[in-house]
Write a protein that binds this ligand. Structure first.
Ligand code: PGA
Length: 253
């Protein structure tokens, strides 16, 4: 048994209006009521729906995270949102480094090296996404890619703070494709990521949560999340439906 509390996060991406987010937040707590003592649950709405989602979940232990943030606290950064703007809303975390941001919006490891400590300093849980493309996997470069991302993105996180980071291993070829990694592929990559953390701090490696993400569905979640060392899931498409997401939360236990 690991000493880690599993974590399950719903990444809604660019989906859900405010009324749709509120409708989800109103039904989720009762759907996962039996799991909340054993699984930590995050919902990650688009920026526009953060405030009403936080509001509707005030009486629940379910927490809300953003899908991105800037590392500075204020300044001339048109279109960006700062860590303190998120905490002001009652937001408790932020996904950073999602592959869609790396691929389509120029997110760099240099920026992530600042975002992860900035999130921690603001009291936000950073959910740092890492993962390889299919070409990189087929070329045998998976570990090199993961090493590069993890070492760079966590470079400026103090050893004592590492355990507060959540890492999501999300192979890019499995995101939104319906093709999930096998439990073995996920477990191997996550064990490798944990070894990278252990090289910085053995105790942080014991405590840090490392999730799997990529086409997790109610049907495959019990299998793909079963191996030891997989501490939960970051769920995209299947998190848009509260019943599907609740089934995955149950599988994270
Ligand atoms: P998916 O997305 O579950 O739709 O594959 C996962 C993610 O991008 O976090």
């Amino acid at each position: 048994m690991t000493p880690r509390t599993p974590l399950c996060a719903a990444n809604w991406k660019m989906h859900k209006t405010r009324p749709e987010a509120v409708a989800f937040a109103d039904v989720l707590p009762s759907l996962v009521a039996g799991e909340l003592e054993r699984v930590e649950v995050f919902v990650c709405p688009p920026f526009t729906a953060l405030a009403p989602t936080v509001d509707r979940l005030t009486d629940s232990v379910i927490r809300v995270a953003a899908q991105n943030m800037h590392f500075e606290d204020s300044g001339a950064f048109t279109g960006e949102v700062s860590p303190s703007m998120l905490t002001e809303l009652g937001v408790d975390g932020a996904i950073v480094g999602h592959s869609e941001r790396r691929q389509h919006f120029g997110e760099t490891d240099e920026a992530l090296a600042r975002k992860v400590p900035a999130a921690l300093a603001a009291g936000l849980v950073p959910i740092l996404c890492v993962g390889e493309t299919l070409d990189q996997r087929e070329a045998g470069d998976t570990e090199a890619v993961l090493r590069g991302q993890v070492e760079a993105d966590l470079a400026d996180v103090a050893e004592n703070d590492l355990e507060r980071v959540v890492i999501a291993y999300e192979p890019i070829w499995a995101i939104g494709t319906g093709e999930n990694a096998t439990p073995e592929q996920a477990a191997d990559a996550i064990a490798f990521i944990r070894s990278l953390v252990a090289a910085r701090s053995e105790s942080a490696a014991e405590t840090i949560r490392i999730l799997y993400g990529g086409s997790v569905k109610p049907g495959n979640a019990p299998d793909v999340l079963a191996p030891d060392g997989i501490d939960g899931a970051l769920v995209g498409g299947a998190s848009l439906d509260p019943n599907d997401f609740a089934a995955i939360v149950a599988a994270c236990r």
